[in-house]
Design a binder for this molecule. Structure first.
Ligand code: S6P
Ligand code: ZN
Length: 203
């Protein structure tokens, strides 16, 4: 079996989320300042330690126009306040660039937000399912389960990652635990009433 990835063949470990020959990036809680809605809950969690929230490993061997890349994400189970552990989230620099996500293991959601309209959607990300992320949608992956969520994202090599827009204004919606289930709520609404009106509306 090959140990280095190339344009044509690469191997990955669906448990660890690592791609042979590629360097994983690790995102700890301290790297996600400003992402979680509840700032006090974030500070309290960070005072207890700086756990790993997720890792991502990318195969970006092909770089030309028309080429494709993929990344494997592995998000740990956990929450800050009621908000589940999640990725930073980004828009593609090339706004038209779409992406396909494939669930490998665990249970999660893709939070999509159209930057032109502000409309938010949460789509289940489950094993043996694919989620299409249309262009112009900020996307954030959320682990709503009790074990690591592992998934693959396939994107155009020229998509680029724009984190600045998210850092500036964050997503308008949050995926939070409500009555033991995930719910999509507006950030404002969640901050006003963290427990929410009742069982979550998603699934
Ligand atoms: C890349 C793709 C994923 C993410 C990964 C981590 O286009 O969407 O591989 O990079 O889910 O998320 P983030 O927001 O930290 O890049
Ligand atoms: Zn992306």
């Amino acid at each position: 079996m090959p140990t280095e990835f190339s344009h044509l063949l690469s191997s990955f470990d669906p448990e660890t989320g690592e791609i042979a020959g590629a360097k994983p990036q690790y995102r700890r809680l301290s790297d996600l300042r400003g992402c979680f809605a509840d700032g006090a809950a974030y500070d309290a969690a960070l005072a207890q330690g700086d756990p790993l929230v997720y890792s991502v490993c990318a195969c970006e061997a092909a770089t030309g126009p028309g080429d494709l890349c993929y990344g494997i994400g592995r998000i740990m189970a956990g929450r800050v306040g009621r908000e589940y552990y999640m990725t930073k989230g980004h828009l593609h620099t090339w706004r038209d660039a779409a992406e396909l996500y494939f669930g490998i293991s665990g249970e999660g959601m893709m939070l999509l937000e159209d930057h032109r309209t502000g409309d938010s959607r949460a789509i289940a990300l489950l094993p043996n399912h694919a989620v299409y992320v249309p262009g112009h949608n900020a996307h954030r992956t959320v682990n709503t389960g009790s074990r690591p969520l592992v998934y693959i994202g396939v994107y155009p090599a020229t998509a680029g990652h724009d984190y600045a827009a998210i850092k500036e204004r964050n997503f308008r919606s949050v995926v939070v635990e409500q009555g033991g289930r995930p719910a999509l709520r507006s950030r404002e609404d969640y901050l006003r009433d963290p427990a929410g009106p009742g069982p979550g509306a998603l699934r």
